[in-house]
Design a protein around this ligand. Structure first.
Ligand SMILES: CC(C)(COP(=O)(O)OP(=O)(O)OC[C@H]1O[C@@H](n2cnc3c(N)ncnc32)[C@H](O)[C@@H]1OP(=O)(O)O)[C@@H](O)C(=O)NCCC(=O)NCCS
Length: 314
């Protein structure tokens, strides 16, 4: 029987499962017949180490210090597979969880401190979900419906709980929630450009574009854009951006302006707005104020961008 060797496939399929009970490492006394409950053993020059249920060690009067939870990675890994142990240990170390690894013929097994078992399972599930071969969540993109508003505001609060501008926790309700609530009520609200991403009937992402201007030329002002934190970096933000660009082109809009990370938005074709003659409302925004010229971009548009009124809060 051959096992999986591809690291991303192993991570995607690893399915960590905790065995019942608590396990301990003991030094087996010389000459004492082994009991059938031994779960693993390593012979060294200094003696025989065995791993066995804590209750058995107690029954046999054997001493131990480390009490572990036993987690099995269910995927059938090839013994010559490279990197699984390193990836798992690194993820657990990042969560400050110590981990002893045992490789069986079929599976890898981890012994982590009992109290850390729930966090270890969560950390491993996250590692698995981030694998490039993990099944991507089925996400549908559609126009917001009246019943979505509460979920949209809640997900925006979650997404902006750490301010992307400062990297610090927001002080109370993030400003973006107030801006968004204002935009929903503003004259500049454009119903077809408030777009949600939905998974299993739950709103997991949202983007809105509202009317803005340079002089009397109408452009779109995009934002806020937010994705529920547990599903970030799964392509949902990109889906929402591409849908917005498609809808804006179809509606005959000429350009989309936004404030955000050039590293993220350049992948959709955004460039520093000033390079096209459109200046940010606040000069300190510099190249973070970006513009995507659409198919109908006329050129010759020069001046300072004006957002819809609720953006004054930013
Ligand atoms: C920014 C955000 C909307 C992106 O959505 P997402 O679904 O997580 O992103 P995607 O999966 O489409 O894209 C992931 C890629 O974008 C990059 N990325 C994500 N957020 C980024 C950011 N703030 N700056 C730079 N790059 C970013 C990732 O590194 C990843 O790059 P890769 O494809 O090269 O690996 C989302 O992370 C979010 O809600 N963040 C908190 C709120 C926020 O910052 N909103 C935008 C304010 S301008």
């Amino acid at each position: 029987m051959t096992g999986e060797k591809n690291l991303e496939a192993l991570l995607a399929a690893m399915q960590p499962v905790q065995r019942d009970g608590e396990y301990v490492y003991v030094l087996w006394p010389d000459g004492k017949p082994l009991v059938p409950d031994v779960a693993a053993a390593v012979r060294e020059a200094e003696g025989l180490t065995v791993v066995l249920p804590r209750a058995v060690a107690d029954r046999e009067g054997l001493s131990y210090s480390f009490v572990g939870a036993w987690i099995t990675l269910q995927v059938h890994s090839a013994l010559e597979a490279v990197g699984l142990t390193a990836a798992v240990s690194k993820a657990l170390a990042g969560a400050m969880i110590s981990c002893n690894v045992l490789a069986g013929f079929h599976h890898d097994h981890l012994l982590v401190p009992v109290a850390d078992a729930p966090r270890a399972l969560e950390t491993l599930a996250g590692l698995s979900a981030r694998s490039s071969q993990a099944p991507r969540p089925q996400v549908l993109v559609r126009t917001e419906a009246p019943g979505d508003r509460e979920s949209i505001l809640a997900l925006t609060a979650e997404a902006f709980a750490i301010s992307p501008a400062t990297g610090l926790p927001a002080d109370g309700e993030p400003l973006e929630v107030k801006v968004l609530a204002g935009l929903f009520e503003a004259a500049e609200y454009l119903p077809d450009l408030s777009v949600v991403a939905v998974q299993d009937n739950a709103v997991v992402g949202h983007v809105i574009s509202t009317r803005g201007w340079v002089g009397d030329h109408g452009l779109l002002g995009l934002g806020p854009l937010g994705v529920t934190p547990r599903l970030q970096r799964h392509g949902i933000g990109s889906l929402l951006m591409r849908e917005t660009i498609k809808r804006a082109n179809a509606a005959g809009e000429s350009g989309i302006a936004l404030l955000g990370s050039p590293e993220y938005y350049s992948r959709f074709g955004f460039v520093p707005a000033a390079s096209l003659g459109v200046l940010p409302p606040d000069p300190s925004w510099g190249d973070y104020f970006q513009l995507l010229p659409l198919a109908l971009w006329p050129g010759g548009v020069h001046g300072t961008f004006r957002y819809a009124e609720p953006f004054a809060l930013i």
